[in-house]
Design a protein around this ligand. Structure first.
Ligand SMILES: CC(C)(COP(=O)(O)OP(=O)(O)OC[C@H]1O[C@@H](n2cnc3c(N)ncnc32)[C@H](O)[C@@H]1OP(=O)(O)O)[C@@H](O)C(=O)NCCC(=O)NCCS
Length: 213
């Protein structure tokens, strides 16, 4: 199999969005907790490709796009995560989408029960950059993830960033060991994410990881 990583090009957009929704929940379909495809993909892929296409990389295996990494070099230059989330809510009219009702009700109840511990994004000048990485199942364990990460870290470093953070799920053990292998350490403690449940119904927790560049 011929494997490579290159910079994102506009023609890659559909394939990136497809992977985002297909594996966007710890390698499982995002529809497990967020059934409305367009809004999920807008928030976690499209917005990154619109704002910072030069910070996106794709992984290719035998000519097919099998993974991507999207990033933001300076998180402080972007609207915060709650504002980005609210924009997507409005743009896609999520409160009026029947498919999203159970998620929205559950998030509201969770937020009350958790007393507002939901984390959102991390804005710390020590680690201003952040990223999201996703590979289809057949591309995992092939080295493509590491190639994407190496390309991104070099890009952020070249742009002058002193550090990078990411948000993952404490239940995503494979991602945790992958990020640790790439120099990231856990920052803070895991916080329950409102509305999100595993297929078996368990709560899911957000965990920040950081590294200097
Ligand atoms: C997270 C991801 C990018 C990592 O890429 P990868 O190619 O799978 O990573 P690696 O194969 O290098 O695995 C990393 C480590 O996880 C561990 N690991 C491998 N398979 C595992 C499994 N099934 N379960 C738990 N840990 C596993 C190994 O310790 C491995 O380290 P090693 O290479 O020293 O043996 C990729 O798995 C992925 O896209 N997953 C689905 C989407 C996702 O979860 N994205 C991250 C969201 S924050």
């Amino acid at each position: 199999v011929a494997r490579s990583v290159r910079r994102y090009e506009p023609a890659d957009r559909r394939a990136v969005e497809e992977i985002c929704f297909q594996v966007g929940f710890m390698g499982e379909p995002a529809s497990v907790f967020w059934p409305h495809r367009k809004s999920f993909v807008d928030l976690w892929a499209g917005d990154y490709l619109d704002r910072e296409p030069e910070s996106a990389f794709v992984a290719i295996a035998d000519g097919a796009l099998v993974g991507y990494l999207v990033g933001c070099v300076d998180t402080a230059s972007w609207p915060d995560e709650n504002a980005r989330m609210m924009r997507v809510f409005m743009r896609h009219k999520l409160p009026f989408r029947p498919s999203m009702t159970s998620f929205l009700v559950r998030s509201t109840l969770d937020a009350i029960r958790d007393r507002g511990t939901a984390a959102g994004g991390l804005r710390d000048p020590r680690w201003p950059s952040h990223l999201h990485i996703n590979l289809v199942e057949m591309a995992r364990g092939t080295g493509l993830g590491s190639m994407l990460m190496t390309a991104w870290l070099e890009h952020a470093r070249t742009a002058g960033s002193p550090g990078c953070h990411l948000s993952t799920m404490a239940e995503n053990s494979r991602a945790l060991s992958f990020f640790a292998k790439h120099g990231f350490t856990v920052h803070g403690t895991a916080q329950p994410i409102p509305g999100v449940r595993t297929v078996k119904g368990g709560r899911v927790h957000q965990l920040f990881m950081v590294r200097t560049l």
